[in-house]
Design a protein around this ligand. Structure first.
Ligand code: DC
Length: 234
């Protein structure tokens, strides 16, 4: 499964800055960055646009989601201005839409559907990674790339995470109260850790990066040192 490029898997709790760090490390190493959460969020947008019922919380009597999956195509295209990969759902750029509170509230239910996870994992494993790739999510080191060169498990205090997420929503002009943000994080932590299909777990061989008290540079430093330790970077 491994190609010539370095493969870095970053997993961890919601809103602990995985994507910021993953993007920065991809930039520094000149490798591709893929936000796997954006794929589950794009599927959620499809569910919302097409009024598809969410699975029951107890996972019982769920509809057969396979016909829905056949209608969903997800791609990443580079934004030529920002140089960042943006997510497209059936040809439509949904990069902004996937960050709404409505999507955040429904996405863990959607991402608990086994058939959806299987399709996303397959797509993630078949993305071009000959130049190297860093992917962040919840099951990257355990399921998508169990043979990744470096696996990082990120976490941070929930109040710090909530504050960061709240600030981000404010910057984007998305309305939400701090209580809603904390509640949403608790719910997603719970759902991500307790679902049957690929629950959030620390992968074998992963190193823990708790960034409660670390700034961006210190986090990057940690990852570069971990790569050097493995002989993967100068
Ligand atoms: O990283 P994020 O918050 O954008 O992810 C959105 C949701 O998708 C989150 O609730 C967990 C789920 N997810 C997942 O189950 N597996 C992944 N590899 C990535 C995200």
């Amino acid at each position: 499964m491994r190609s010539n490029g370095v493969v870095i898997a970053i997993d961890g709790h919601s809103s602990c800055g995985k994507s910021t760090v993953a993007r920065a490390i991809a930039d520094r190493l000149g490798i591709r960055y893929i936000d796997s959460g954006a794929m589950y969020r794009a599927v959620t947008v499809y569910f919302m646009q097409n009024n598809i019922p969410l699975p029951a919380v107890d996972g019982k009597d769920n509809p057969d989601y396979r016909p829905v999956l056949e209608k969903i195509n997800i791609e990443f295209h580079d934004n030529l201005k920002t140089g960042l990969a943006e997510v497209y759902l059936n040809g439509q750029n949904v990069n902004e839409e996937i960050r709404s509170m409505e999507v955040s509230q429904a996405v863990s239910r959607v991402s608990s559907i086994k058939e959806i996870r299987e399709k996303m994992v397959w797509m993630q494993q078949h993305l071009d990674r000959h130049k190297g790739i860093v992917m962040d999510g919840r099951d990257i080191g355990t399921t998508v790339f169990p043979d990744a060169d470096l696996k990082i498990f990120m976490t941070a205090d929930i109040n710090i995470r909530a504050q960061r997420r709240f600030d981000e929503l404010q910057r984007k002009g998305i309305k939400a109260t701090m209580e809603e943000v904390v509640e949403n994080l608790r719910m997603r932590d719970h759902d991500d850790t307790n679902r049957e299909a690929s629950p959030l777990r620390m992968a074998d061989g992963a190193v823990v990066l708790d960034n409660t008290h670390l700034n961006r540079e210190q986090q990057l430093d940690f990852i570069v040192k971990s790569l050097q330790h493995k002989g993967l970077s100068d």
